[in-house]
Design a protein around this ligand. Structure first.
Ligand code: NI
Length: 173
């Protein structure tokens, strides 16, 4: 099992930044980073993790919904949404960078995501249900967007204030 990485928590400016495309020169670093991202995600536990959440400003996401509890890891390099349904679905979301916080988020019900794998091969995923929500949530991270950014300012500020207070309490004086 690879070593885990610390997950950045809100508030952190690195979670609000736009990540850069993965280039060929990043490949050696990725062979170490990707197993560590999976180890971090499985341990949390979570179903998705974006590189900016571990302080790496690259367009890279790992996902595993563990269907029927079977590991089904997906690595998405430079992912983009190329189509989205007009129909929307509302479901409760949480985020490893906003521990203990959950809220209903409305997003397109189905999306088509184009991405590369670690070998540089192109893939498309037609996602619906939980996978569609998870992919949109993780891809948002690459643009510095958090699930709370989809909420009303009132709800968002309530959650952000709560997290800022918890972080202050946890930090050594
Ligand atoms: Ni998240």
């Amino acid at each position: 099992m690879s070593d885990t990485l610390p997950i950045l928590l809100v508030p952190d400016a690195r979670l609000k930044a736009r990540a850069r495309p993965v280039l060929a020169e990043h490949a050696p670093a990725l062979s170490d980073l990707v197993p560590r991202m999976f180890a971090t995600m499985y341990r949390a536990p979570g179903i998705g993790l974006a590189a900016p959440q571990v302080g790496v400003p690259l367009r890279l996401v790992v996902v595993d919904l563990l269907p029927e509890e079977k590991p089904t890891p997906i690595v998405l390099v430079n992912p983009e949404i190329v189509a989205a349904s007009e129909e929307t679905t509302t479901r409760e979301e949480g985020c490893l960078s906003l521990p203990g916080q959950y809220a209903d988020v409305t997003r397109p019900s189905r999306v088509r995501v184009r991405h590369l794998d670690l070998a540089g091969a192109a893939h498309e995923i037609d996602a619906e249900g939980l996978l569609a929500a998870c992919l949109q949530h993780e891809l948002d991270h690459l643009d510095g967007v958090l699930f709370v950014d989809h909420l009303s300012p009132l709800k968002r500020n309530m959650i952000l204030r709560r997290l800022a207070k918890e972080k202050r309490l946890k930090e050594p004086q």
